[in-house]
Design a protein around this ligand. Sequence first.
Ligand code: ATP
Length: 135
Amino acid sequence: MKTVKVSVVTPDGPVRETDATMIIAAAESGEIGILPGHISTVAPLRIAPLRIISGDKEEVIAVHGGFIEVRPDVVTILAQIAETADGIDIDRAKAAAKRAEEALRAKQDDDVDRAIHELALKRADNRINVHQMGQ
Ligand code: ATP
């Protein structure tokens, strides 16, 4: 079974290092599937789950933006923030989603504030999805 090394790294240190038979990442340009031997490339990522498949096992990481660097034998995900499914505090994520939704419902004239709350909601939704996918 051919594999590719995958590591998810943040400024706080490595979040996950493993071998995969396939990686599915949400690039800004769309979803990309990476198999061992993929040509080298770099792409910006969306706030979305990263799926790491190894044989019949799959794990999911909440990646909140950043970049994916693909080389034929190693894939590196560089993100400001990322969590494994079992590293997610689901109550905290639900509370963050609720706070962001309430702030977005309140009248806001400030586009910057709105963008901040929209991003917070995206991160919280990403965490909630990844937690569910990891069950
Ligand atoms: P909150 O409002 O709950 O702090 P946030 O989206 O503002 O959420 P971030 O700025 O994205 O938080 O992350 C700050 C740090 O807290 C990061 O290290 C991130 O991994 C961690 N973190 C945030 N929310 C959670 C969560 N629900 N479970 C585990 N770690 C979390």
